[in-house]
Structure formats: structure tokens, C-alpha cells
Design a binder for this molecule. Structure first.
Ligand SMILES: Cc1cc2nc3c(=O)[nH]c(=O)nc-3n(C[C@H](O)[C@H](O)[C@H](O)COP(=O)(O)O)c2cc1C
Length: 196
């Protein structure tokens, strides 16, 4: 049996923004006082290189928001294309109805910096995040800010600070939500050339 995160290598925090730069759908993980949870989020982005900071929309009615507010930390796991069904499943059910890790038989390990559950199944990268409390944006726009304190990625698809989406690693390409359970996967890369 393969080990969880067998292919994962630490990502330099200076490169953490590259994990989210292209707008992948992510899985937000959280835990507090014996409860744990996971949800999908399509709306996240980097907002600062150093220290690496991100913004993410997490609806105030979700269980995830409740656990994140209580613990002050959360995880961001990037599902690969092979995990599209999982991303949709955890984004269309609430942890209030029961533990989604058990329901979907998810393997997780606690993050070393924050203890948040990090999901191995079908994921290609993760970031551990500490909430930067911003009551106004959280309340008015459901937008949470956080500092990334650790990151890692599967070196078959992200190494030396760069994604490498190729035909031979298509299952590891990140997912991009088009709405209503339809996803596109990151695919053919285009290298910009200087215009004459
Ligand atoms: C593909 C996908 C993307 C989503 N993106 C977001 C998002 O960016 N922000 C958000 O608050 N909810 C988003 N959702 C909805 C949450 O994942 C959903 O409300 C979830 O049931 C919350 O779970 P919880 O109550 O267990 O925390 C998304 C759902 C799907 C399927």
C-alpha cells in the first residue's frame, strides 16, 4: 500500500502563492474540540508573497467556518483531477449531517504546524493556514484572510516552485469548477514569449 503523501515534498513558503495562483478548486479542512470537517471552495487566491497570505470565501453558515473561527487554523488541500467526485461530494454535504472523513473514507494526517487534518486521497498539494482575524470582511463578505505557515506538493506535478501539467500526469492536474458539478482540469501549458 502506498503511504499517504509519499510523493509530497515541502514547498518553500516563498513559492506557496504559486499553488493557488491559477485558481484551483480546493478542499478546506478544519478541526476543533474533537470535531473535524472538510468542504470544497472554488473562491480563493493569494494576496501577498512574503509572508504568504491568502484570501478565501467560506460561508458563515458552514460548519467549516464555525470550526475555523474556534481553532484559528485551517488546511487547504488541492484535489487532483481524479478527485473530482470527492470535491463535489464534500462541497454538497455538510459536516453537520455527520463526519465527512468517515462517510467518504478519507485518510488524513495532522499538519505539523497547526494540527489541521491534511487529506492524502487524490490530493496533489496542501497548505497549512493561520487565520488572520478580520471581522469586517468575514462578516460582510464571508472572506477570510490567512497566513500560510507550511506547504507541500506532489513532486510529480509541482517541483522547484512550478506546476508541470503534462499528458502523463493528467490525473494530478488541479480542478477548476465551472458550476453545477462540472470541472475543467488544468491542462496544456502555454509559455508566453516576448512580443516582437
Ligand atoms: C465545487 C464547489 C466549490 C465551492 N466553493 C465554495 C466557496 O468558495 N466558498 C464557500 O463558502 N462554499 C463553497 N462551496 C460550498 C461548500 O463546500 C458547502 O457549503 C459545504 O457543504 C460546506 O460544508 P460544511 O458545512 O461541512 O462546512 C462549494 C461547493 C462546491 C461543490
Amino acid at each position: 500500500m502506498t503511504q499517504p503523501f509519499e510523493h509530497f515534498k515541502p514547498v518553500d513558503l516563498d513559492h506557496a502563492s504559486r499553488l493557488l495562483n491559477h485558481g484551483p478548486t480546493v478542499l478546506v479542512t478544519s478541526a476543533h474540540a474533537g470535531r473535524r470537517n472538510i468542504m470544497a471552495a472554488a473562491w480563493s487566491m493569494p494576496v501577498e508573497f512574503t509572508p504568504p497570505r491568502i484570501a478565501i470565501v467560506i460561508d458563515k453558515n458552514t460548519l467549516s467556518r464555525e470550526l475555523i473561527a474556534a481553532s484559528g487554523v485551517f488546511g487547504i488541500c488541492l484535489p487532483g483531477a481524479a478527485a473530482a467526485d470527492l470535491a463535489y461530494a464534500v462541497g454538497t454535504s455538510s459536516g453537520r449531517e455527520g463526519d465527512k472523513f468517515s462517510r467518504f473514507s478519507l485518510v488524513s494526517v495532522p499538519g505539523r504546524q497547526t494540527g489541521v487534518p491534511l487529506v492524502a486521497d487524490g490530493c496533489v498539494a496542501w497548505l497549512e493556514c493561520r487565520l488572520i482575524p478580520e471581522r469586517h470582511t468575514e462578516h460582510a463578505y464571508d472572506t477570510c484572510f490567512a497566513e500560510v505557515v507550511a506547504a507541500a506538493a506532489d513532486d510529480r506535478v509541482f517541483s522547484s516552485g512550478h506546476w508541470s501539467f503534462r499528458e502523463d500526469n493528467a490525473d494530478l492536474h488541479t480542478l477548476h469548477h465551472l458550476g453545477a458539478g462540472n470541472f475543467a482540469r488544468a491542462s496544456a501549458m502555454i509559455k508566453a514569449k516576448p512580443l516582437p
